[in-house]
Design a protein around this ligand. Structure first.
Ligand code: NAP
Ligand code: ZN
Length: 352
């Protein structure tokens, strides 16, 4: 066991503050990584503030962060894929049972014994796992990702959650050339959704509540932008979409989007608002539409996504901040005021 610096929250109403946490010494299958950059996901805010308590309660102190990119500093004797000095990424998961049907088909994110990167029982040290707002982390090599060397590192970090969470459902629902695809909400996830839908060749329509993001949405790859609070603009697209990805973090009217789907169209929720959303039966019944959800993506698909990003030069648009600004960043995120992901430069933690 060794100590490392981190930022943690002591309760649902406490700000994040400097702390020291324990990490395990690498076992034979482990990779130790010096974290260089860590993205700020809206899930970090939901978790720190215990907004998902009906589904999973937060144990305090919590060290959030599940969009990490860094450099390998040490590997266990049985590790074959990484060596000290390599770039490496870690996302939302750090372990799973490896033996359930979901793990066996590369869908570790649905393993009943999944260990999330933070706020999951820690099998090694007891207590709960601690995330990436920290100097270093120790992870089983099965959950470490290879990072393309041609990409800008701060822009890579958000791929580990925002990237895979938008890539995976688009692959699953067959987003390709000739499909009309909507992306609701242009934040960390949404802006990645636009980039992927564009790269897959779809006709991309962005739905935003922020008219000032219109030009950016077009630059990110949208063919059209709809300000969702304008009912006339929405109505023009009624019954026309093959697929819509909903990334909204707060309560909103999902029926307004269901009605935009064509026959057999699908809307997938990746946004995880605190309160249940109301669904009108007729929004689904009238055109055999479907509503589904999606959680991040498996490890093999996450690697596929990173390799795809390397080949197509895709990274997140980021605002790099020192960790001392993390509480301000949370407030801005709640106002949808981020272009389009805050990423913490972990070098700033060294001065704590
Ligand atoms: P984010 O950067 O804050 O983006 C969310 C966007 O939703 C905002 O930029 C805003 O876009 C829109 N929005 C916010 N409040 C709204 C409201 N009241 N009504 C309508 N639109 C609103 O958050 P994120 O990091 O992308 O995460 C989005 C959600 O996905 C969060 O709930 C997060 O927990 C969840 N998530 C899920 C998974 C998964 O595996 N399923 C993974 C990661 C995150 P506009 O300004 O364009 O309207
Ligand atoms: Zn996330």
């Amino acid at each position: 066991m060794y100590n490392t610096k981190a930022y943690s929250a002591a309760s649902a109403t406490s700000p994040l503050a400097s702390d020291t946490i324990a990490r395990r010494d690498p076992t034979e299958h482990d990779v130790q990584i010096e974290i260089l950059f860590c993205g700020i996901c809206h899930s970090d805010v939901h978790s720190v503030r215990n907004e998902w308590s009906d589904f999973m309660s937060t144990t305090y102190p919590i060290v959030p962060g599940h969009e990490m990119v860094g450099r390998v500093t040490q590997v266990g004797s049985a590790v074959t894929k990484y060596k000290p000095g390599d770039l490496a990424g870690v996302g939302c998961m750090v372990d799973s049972d490896g033996s359930c049907p979901n793990c066996k088909t590369g869908l570790e994110q649905f393993c009943p014994n999944l260990t999330l990167t933070y706020n999951s029982p820690d099998k090694h040290l007891g207590g709960v796992t601690y995330g990436g707002y920290s100097d270093s982390i120790v992870v089983d090599e099965r959950f470490v990702l290879r990072v393309p060397t041609n990409l800008d590192l701060p822009g890579v970090a958000p791929l580990l959650c925002a990237g895979i969470t938008t890539y995976s459902p688009m692959r699953h629902w067959g987003v390709t050339k000739g499909k009309k695809v909507g992306v609701v909400g242009i934040g960390g996830l949404g802006h990645m959704g636009v980039k992927f839908a564009r790269a897959f060749g779809a006709h991309v329509v962005v739905f935003t509540t922020s008219p000032d993001k219109k030009e950016d949405a077009l630059r990110l790859g949208a063919d059209e932008v709809v300000v969702s609070r304008n009912a006339d603009e929405m109505q023009k697209h009624a019954g026309s979409f093959d697929f819509i990805l909903d990334t909204v973090s707060a309560n909103h009217d999902i029926n307004a989007y269901l009605n935009l789907l064509r026959l057999d169209g699908n809307i997938t929720l990746v946004g995880a608002p605190e309160k249940p959303l109301e669904v009108a039966a007729f929004s689904l019944i009238m055109a055999r539409r479907s509503l589904s959800g999606s959680s991040i993506g498996g490890i093999a698909e996450t690697q596929e996504m990173l390799d795809f990003c390397g080949e197509h030069n895709i990274t997140a648009d980021v605002e790099v901040i020192p960790i001392q600004k993390v509480n301000e960043a949370y407030e801005l995120l709640l106002k949808s005021d981020v272009k389009y992901r805050f990423v913490i430069d972990m070098a700033s933690l060294k001065s704590e």
